[in-house]
Design a binder for this molecule. Structure first.
Ligand SMILES: C[S@@+](CC[C@H](N)C(=O)[O-])C[C@H]1O[C@@H](n2cnc3c(N)ncnc32)[C@H](O)[C@@H]1O
Length: 229
């Protein structure tokens, strides 16, 4: 079983991970990912050191934010829950609050119908202060196709999606936090051609490297998620 990225990013390599991993060496010292995206590949590779790059600065900021929060899972989920409540968004990972009448009326689009107003308020507030990574992460999770896109004026402009903060999102976050915790990861934000020559804008984190671990699947009673170790 492979780890799922908590970005559910369009074009991720989750479905072909099996084939991708077959062509990797058994032991990897330095893993270089020039096109990080949601990070599906790196989340499923054990290495002593990870050099991760993407040309999308907001994606890199989100990874940095999640990596920093890997030490504070509880605080992270408390803050996310407060925002979800403030914007009155659905949150099926905790409880199903979408009224049955809405589900019957909009059989295939009820999440979009339910979340539209709160999502648009969240988007307006985020666009006033683009440093709030909690808000940006929620916009991705509740946004159409879970995309990360800005218009030419620099405004985040994805419409609401027919999606929700569900158990898959919650479990993918837990998996991400536990994987990146104490790993030796450097994030880069540049075009892949410059990264290959050394990368001008590295944001380094954590010096300690973690010994390679074997992979096995365990169910964790505390989270209700089936986690990959
Ligand atoms: C489909 S995603 C990669 C998926 C990922 N490797 C995985 O693990 O599933 C492609 C990513 O490449 C990035 N990208 C596109 N052109 C790039 C370039 N010239 N340099 C760096 N990143 C680039 C995009 O921003 C996008 O996030």
């Amino acid at each position: 079983m492979f780890r799922r990225s908590p970005f559910f990013y369009v074009g991720d390599k989750f479905k072909i991970l099996d084939s991708v991993k077959k062509i990797f060496p058994l032991k990897i010292n330095k893993f270089i990912e020039p096109f990080l995206g949601g990070g599906t590949v790196f989340l499923n590779v054990i290495a002593n050191k990870y050099l991760l790059n993407d040309v999308n600065e907001y994606l890199i900021k989100l990874h940095k934010f999640l990596i920093e929060n890997s030490k504070n899972e509880t605080i992270f989920f408390n803050n996310i829950s407060k925002l979800i409540s403030r914007y009155k968004l659905s949150h099926s990972f905790l409880e199903d609050i979408v009224p049955i009448e809405l589900k019957n009326k909009y059989i295939k689009t009820y999440y979009a119908q339910y979340n539209k107003e709160g999502y648009n308020m969240l988007k307006t507030d985020y666009n006033k202060n683009k440093n709030d990574m909690y808000k940006l992460y929620l916009l991705v999770i509740y946004g159409f196709n879970r995309m990360l896109r800005y218009n030419s004026s620099g405004e985040y402009n994805i419409p609401v999606g027919n999606v929700d903060f569900n158990k898959n999102v919650y479990c993918a976050l837990i998996e991400y936090f536990r994987f990146v915790y104490n790993k030796n990861i450097s994030l880069y934000n540049s075009s892949a051609s410059t990264t290959a020559r050394g990368g001008p804008t590295a944001s380094r984190r954590r010096g300690a490297s973690t010994p390679p671990r074997t992979t096995a699947t365990t169910a964790t009673a505390s989270t209700g998620c089936s986690t990959t170790r």
